[in-house]
Each structure stands twice: as structure tokens, then as C-alpha cells.
Design a protein around this ligand. Structure first.
Ligand code: AOF
Ligand code: ZN
Length: 350
């Protein structure tokens, strides 16, 4: 199953809104076929692995990171390919939660195939978090990513040090971006950093993530990079005030979406099929989203340096009460990237 998860990850950035899925066929103790879902609309992982295995699949076990589908969508049902292959057993990491596709297990069991669930289930759900989240929420899956110093700051007093983390971390951020439907920042970050918010340094995803600015008071300048390039990569501004300052933004292709609150803004994004959002700062937006319980994962890149007196705290404005309520967070993963430490914390439903 771990191999199947590794295969699934090869679909990174290319399968949304469908999940990344990997599969391996094992017979006589050896892997006789492997496959993964390469691209949205293409063949499902199970069918690829079974085809690679051919006759060797007979009597074997199919390991797959998601319950095989029972529906005819863009491709025939995987349950058909499984029945035709002659495998005796299917081990799936997790149930498919989507109404048209689910139910493959029951169908296979009725045909005498043994079906098991639960192997590496947490990993499988984490890998496709937006896919699983979409069936139980009306807002997108929200990941808040910040780069911080040892002393928990995101910028120095004079704000002159723009990069805290190393080159490998920067590439990792672009890799992360490639698998999100949208990348968001607050207006303050646009004013101070003038970011591009595009996927560079890594292979381009199937669809470029949308760029979203949380800008209640419409402070985004018409000269910002995200505005000037809005016709190449769509840029949305979520604003609560609308007025004369709209025209210079709209005329460059920016779309302005009236929204009263952050929660409202997120629901409006979801209504436009945005199922995952990577928020990259700044401190103010980070604190507000955490305060308002609108974050699912916190990804902290910690660089080996200090920023000292007067530096900008990562969650400036977060109340002590909310911090206490958040309590000790569950660590989803932690690893070293170059000289930085990257930790993913679970903040959903807290
Ligand atoms: C995938 N790839 O490897 C598996 C999927 O849009 P369709 O017709 O391709 O069907 C998509 C659904 O099929 C998807 O939402 C999921 O429930 C199920 N399994 N999908 O794209 C795969 N195994
Ligand atoms: Zn399928």
C-alpha cells in the first residue's frame, strides 16, 4: 500500500478535481503490475495496474489507495476490470465518499471477491484531503503556509529580509502550489512583497492555480504584479467595499467578488469549484483565518535564523483565548528540507 501511495503521488497537480490514486497488483509475493491516475479524465489507477499485470493478476491481490469505483463516468467502472482480471482480493486504503462512484466494495463482494479497508487510511486521506473534505463542507480545504524564524517571526523590523527559508524550501512551496486550486494572500502582502503567486521552479500543473487576494478595503494597487498579469493567470479580489477604485483593476482583467467576511469569501470560492486554497500570508490574514476557524492545516517552514526586536509576529493579532482553545496541535508530518524544518499541523475542527 505504501508503494501504491508513492505511485499515487506521481499524479500531483494533474488530477484535480479527481483524486490522486495509485495501485499495485501482487501475486505470489511479487508486484506484477503498477499504475496510477496520471491525469484528470484519464484511466483510473486500478485499470492501469491490472492491465500491466495481465494474466499474472489471476488469483492475486490488488492494492489501491481508494475504493474502486462502481460507476461509468469518463471511464468504465473499475469493478468491471477487477472482475475480468481474476484477482481474488482487493485491499483499499479508504472508502470512496462520492455518491456516483462509491459502492465498489459491495459490488465486488457480491461477486465473491474479498475486499478489505483501512490499510494506510490516514495517509490516503491526507494525500487527497480536498477531495474528502469537499463532500462534507461548503468551503474549500484551507492550508495556511508561513515561513518563520526561530523566534517565530515572518519579517524583520525593517522588513528588508524577504527570504527566510532556503532554496529547497522555495522549490517545495512551488511544488505545493501546483496541487492547489487557488493560492491566496492578504492585501498587506501584495503591498509589501508584490508577489506573483504562480507555479515556477517545478513542472506546470494541469491548470494554473487561481490567484486570490483577501482585500476587504480594496487596497490592491493597479500596478501590482498579480493585477498586471491577470489575463495570463486569473486573479480574484475578495472585497467588502466596492467603489470607484474598481475600474483600474477590472480593466486589467481582475475579477472583484463582493464578500462580507472571510467565511463568505471562502464559500464563494467553493461555489466556483475551488476546493483547495493555499494561503501564504501575511500575519494579519493568518491570524484572522485561525481566529475564525477557517483553517485545516498549518504548514510552518522554520528557517535557522533569528529576527529579533521589532520583528513581525507570525500570527499578529491572534487572541490568547483562541490560542488556548487551539491547544496542542497534532503533528501531521515533519521533515527537514535543506536547513529548514517543515511541520504540518492539524487545525481542522478546533
Ligand atoms: C480517478 N482516478 O484512479 C480512481 C478514481 O471522472 P471519472 O469518471 O474519471 O471518475 C472519477 C471518480 O472515480 C473519482 O471522483 C473517484 O470517486 C473515483 N476513482 N478517480 O480520477 C482513479 N480510482
Ligand atoms: Zn475507477
Amino acid at each position: 500500500m505504501r508503494r501504491a501511495l508513492e505511485l499515487a503521488r506521481k499524479g500531483w497537480g494533474n488530477t484535480a478535481p479527481n483524486p490522486m490514486v495509485g495501485a499495485a497488483v501482487v501475486s505470489g509475493g511479487v508486484v506484477v503490475g503498477e499504475g496510477w491516475h496520471v491525469q484528470y479524465g484519464g484511466p483510473h489507477a486500478e485499470t492501469v495496474a491490472l492491465e500491466a499485470a495481465g494474466h499474472a493478476a489471476r488469483g492475486g491481490t490488488l492494492y489501491v489507495t481508494l475504493e474502486p469505483c462502481a460507476h461509468r463516468g469518463q471511464t468504465p467502472p473499475c469493478t468491471e476490470a477487477i472482475l475480468a482480471s481474476g484477482v481474488a482480493r482487493v485491499v483499499a486504503a479508504v472508502r470512496d465518499p462520492t455518491p456516483p462512484a462509491r459502492g465498489g466494495a459491495e459490488l465486488l463482494r457480491a461477486q465473491g471477491i474479498e475486499v478489505q479497508f483501512g490499510v494506510e487510511a490516514d495517509e490516503a486521506i491526507e494525500l487527497n484531503a480536498p477531495f474528502f473534505h469537499a463532500v462534507r463542507s461548503t468551503r474549500p480545504w484551507v492550508v495556511l503556509k508561513l515561513a518563520v524564524s526561530i523566534d517565530g517571526a515572518i519579517g524583520s523590523k525593517t522588513r528588508e529580509q524577504r527570504w527566510l527559508t532556503g532554496e529547497d524550501s522555495r522549490r517545495e512551496v512551488h511544488h505545493m502550489r501546483a496541487n492547489f486550486d487557488a493560492i491566496a494572500v492578504g492585501a498587506g502582502t501584495v503591498l509589501s512583497d508584490d508577489p506573483e503567486l504562480t507555479v515556477r521552479l517545478v513542472d506546470a500543473p494541469r491548470r494554473a492555480p487561481l490567484r486570490v487576494i483577501f482585500d476587504r478595503e480594496l487596497r490592491t494597487p493597479a500596478t501590482a504584479k498579480v493585477v498586471r498579469t491577470a489575463r495570463q493567470v486569473p486573479t480574484l479580489i475578495m472585497a467588502s467595499v466596492v467603489g470607484a477604485q474598481l475600474e483600474p483593476l477590472r480593466s486589467q482583467g481582475v475579477e472583484i467578488i463582493p464578500s462580507k467576511t472571510h467565511a463568505d469569501a471562502l464559500e464563494k470560492l467553493r461555489a466556483r469549484s475551488i476546493r483547495s486554497v493555499l494561503v501564504e500570508g501575511g500575519a494579519g490574514l493568518a491570524a484572522q483565518l485561525l481566529e475564525q476557524k477557517l483553517v485545516d492545516r498549518l504548514v510552518i517552514f522554520q528557517a535557522p535564523l533569528l529576527l529579533g526586536d521589532g520583528s513581525l509576529a507570525a500570527f499578529g493579532g491572534l487572541t490568547a483565548a483562541r490560542a488556548r482553545e487551539l491547544g496542542n496541535l497534532r503533528i501531521v508530518s515533519r521533515r527537514n528540507i535543506g536547513d529548514d524544518v517543515v511541520t504540518t499541523y492539524d487545525v481542522s475542527r478546533r
